[in-house]
Structure formats: structure tokens, C-alpha cells
Design a protein around this ligand. Structure first.
Ligand code: BGC
Length: 255
């Protein structure tokens, strides 16, 4: 098992892509620190499934939107499983609004979770690795929208574009510490963030028309890439983005 002996912390792992990543890393041998918004019952579900695989799992109680909580997450994880080797910054939210209607409240909601939480959690993780003089792996789940415009989701695009540059920048700064950082950029994946889309046949049909592989992705499609990036198979990869989007990003054709 390629992740045997490793401990991974995955944010937003009570559901969707984060849950799929948690289960896949556990299948590959890692013990798992689960984190999601307080009260999300999916966290317990994830824990039970991981334990059924014979791995250890601990549920952390932190809300990424709250910097004080971010500051406690790594310490909580260390108290739970003793060390952390892999951080998957997966938690993310989006809000639909015309640019001119975006409220400060919604701006803060999206940026606090997608960017600020990721930034400071990563900082604490890096400090843990520095203190223990160990290498590590950071994986950010960004989006095709770190590159591709998504009209009416300006806050989401701003946060994901920032994750693109954070990844490029930290790759250089962290390389001397033996820490790699890469982004996974999912396209349209069947998860709760897409509930509205999944329930609207017209929207879905139009979207599928833009996806060359002509299907939505699954959590497992993303989790396989996360497992690769978490393993030593990816040791020479840092500062890049792997798109998991069925060809959506570069789709263009003329008759
Ligand atoms: C967004 C989805 C969107 C997909 C493709 C994802 O990052 O969360 O809402 O459907 O990108 O545009």
C-alpha cells in the first residue's frame, strides 16, 4: 500500500470530493484526519467507513471560516494521530450572484473558506513540518475556474485564481524544505456543490455539451489523482495543476 504509515488531513471530508479522497487515501494505507463544518453528520459516516477499511480516523472540530479554529486544527490533528504528512485543502464553497450584487457577507463567506482558511491551515502545517524536520505534501483542490472564467461566480473565481498563484509561489518557497504543493482542478463533478445543476435537466444538458468526455466526473475520478499526488510517485512534481475535467477547460471546435 503506497500510503502505509502516512497521516493525511483532508478538509471538507464529510461529503463530496473530500469524502472520496479520504476513503481513497485510507484504501491506499493512510490514517485520516477528517474535518468539516461543525454539525456535519457526514464526518462520522466518513470515520466509520475508514475504520471499516482497517485504518485510523479522527474527526476534528474546526470551522475553516474561523481563523482561530484553523489555528487549532493542526494541533488537534497532532493530538489525534501524532503527526501529519499530507494536507489536502479540499473544503470549498461558491455563491451565485451578478458581480454588482455581491455582498460583503458572501464575499467573506467564500474567500474565508476557499482562500483564508487554506492559507493559514497550510501555514500551520508547514510549521509542523519545519519543527519536526520532515518532508510533506500539500494538495489544493482548486477548480477549472482557477483558469477558466465562471460568470456570476466572481468570488469563487477570485478565490480559485488565488489558489493557483499560491501553489506556484509556495512550490518555490517550500521546495528547500522537501515539501511539494500541487493543485487538482476538478471540472463538473457529481457532488452536493452541484445539487442545483444535477436537478436541472436543461442546465445539465448544456454543460455536458461542453465536456468532450460527455459525462460528469465522480469523486473517485478526483480521488485517484489525489492519491497519486499524495504518494512518492509524484515526488518530482511541484507547483503545477492537474485538471480533472473530462476535457472541459481546453474545449474548442469549429465546424
Ligand atoms: C464548480 C461547479 C461547476 C464546475 C464546472 C466547479 O468548480 O464548483 O459549480 O459546475 O466547476 O463549471
Amino acid at each position: 500500500m503506497k500510503l502505509a504509515g502516512k497521516v493525511a488531513l483532508i478538509t471538507g471530508s464529510a461529503q463530496g470530493i473530500g469524502q472520496a479522497i479520504a476513503l481513497r487515501l485510507a484504501q491506499d494505507g493512510a490514517d485520516i484526519l477528517i474535518d468539516d463544518r461543525p454539525g456535519n453528520t457526514g464526518a462520522e459516516e466518513t470515520r466509520k467507513e475508514i475504520e471499516a477499511l482497517g485504518r485510523k480516523a479522527v474527526v476534528l472540530g474546526g470551522d475553516l471560516a474561523n481563523t482561530a479554529d484553523d489555528r487549532r486544527l493542526i494541533a488537534q490533528g497532532l493530538a489525534g494521530l501524532g503527526k501529519i504528512d499530507i494536507l489536502v485543502n479540499n473544503a470549498g464553497v461558491e455563491k451565485h450572484a451578478d458581480f454588482w450584487d455581491v455582498t460583503e457577507k458572501d464575499f467573506d463567506f467564500v474567500l474565508d473558506i476557499n482562500l483564508r482558511g487554506t492559507f493559514f491551515l497550510t501555514q500551520d502545517f508547514v510549521n509542523h513540518l519545519r519543527e519536526t524536520k520532515r518532508p510533506g505534501k500539500i494538495i489544493n483542490v482548486s477548480s477549472v475556474h482557477e483558469e477558466l472564467p465562471f460568470p456570476h461566480f466572481s468570488t469563487y473565481c477570485a478565490s480559485k485564481g488565488a489558489l493557483k498563484m499560491l501553489c506556484r509561489d509556495l512550490a518555490i518557497e517550500l521546495a528547500p524544505l522537501g515539501i511539494t504543493i500541487n493543485n487538482i482542478a476538478p471540472g463538473a463533478i457529481q457532488t452536493p456543490i452541484n445539487t442545483k445543476l444535477l436537478n436541472s435537466p436543461d442546465l445539465l444538458k448544456a454543460l455536458l455539451g461542453n465536456i468532450p468526455l460527455n459525462r460528469l466526473g465522480t469523486g473517485a475520478d478526483v480521488a485517484g489523482v489525489a492519491s497519486f499526488l499524495a504518494s512518492s510517485d509524484s515526488d518530482y512534481i511541484t507547483g503545477t495543476t492537474l485538471f480533472v475535467d473530462g476535457g472541459l477547460l481546453w474545449n474548442y471546435s469549429e465546424q
